[in-house]
Design a protein around this ligand. Sequence first.
Ligand SMILES: [Fe+2]
Ligand SMILES: [Fe+2]
Length: 191
Amino acid sequence: MLSLKSETSPDWVARLEPHMDEVLIDHAHCEKKAAGTAMNMIFSYVEHPEFVVPLTEVVEEELLHFRQVIEVLVSRGKKLVGQPQSSYGRRLSALIRTNEPDKVVDRCCVAALIEARSCERFTLLRDHLRDPRLADFYGTLLESEARHHALYLRLAEHFATKDVIRDRLEELAQEEASIVADGDPTPRLHS
Ligand SMILES: [Fe+2]
Ligand SMILES: [Fe+2]
């Protein structure tokens, strides 16, 4: 799906399901980080209006998702608490090259892959969670994450050719698949 090089097994939902409060806390942090990623790119490339204007919508949508996840947590009698950074995000960020324009291409490709993995996982949660309200909630988030995936790849085209982006996306997607295969000891959306 959407550039990914590995497919998550539906068993993943069964493993996560007993820990949905922790998963929702992780999810809230992911939405906050997604808003931060888009905002950081606005700061870095502010002199490119055609690049930053679409990102303002991503910031708004991710903050809306963040708010929605907090509301779900509150409805379950839980609240958001801090958590250590996930190895998934840290290891993907470490792959971003440091010289421009490689850096911006990598930032866009990594963001696109994270959006794609979120979209894949939200689809599984929609289809396999036994709690119908939670399943419906994940169904409502799918479309925008798929759209963000496509947007980040389109934005990269302001800085590199389609061929260059495709080749780098291919490499980073292989890395993403191996990082996700290593998993995380705690129940997380990207573990
Ligand atoms: Fe989101
Ligand atoms: Fe997103």
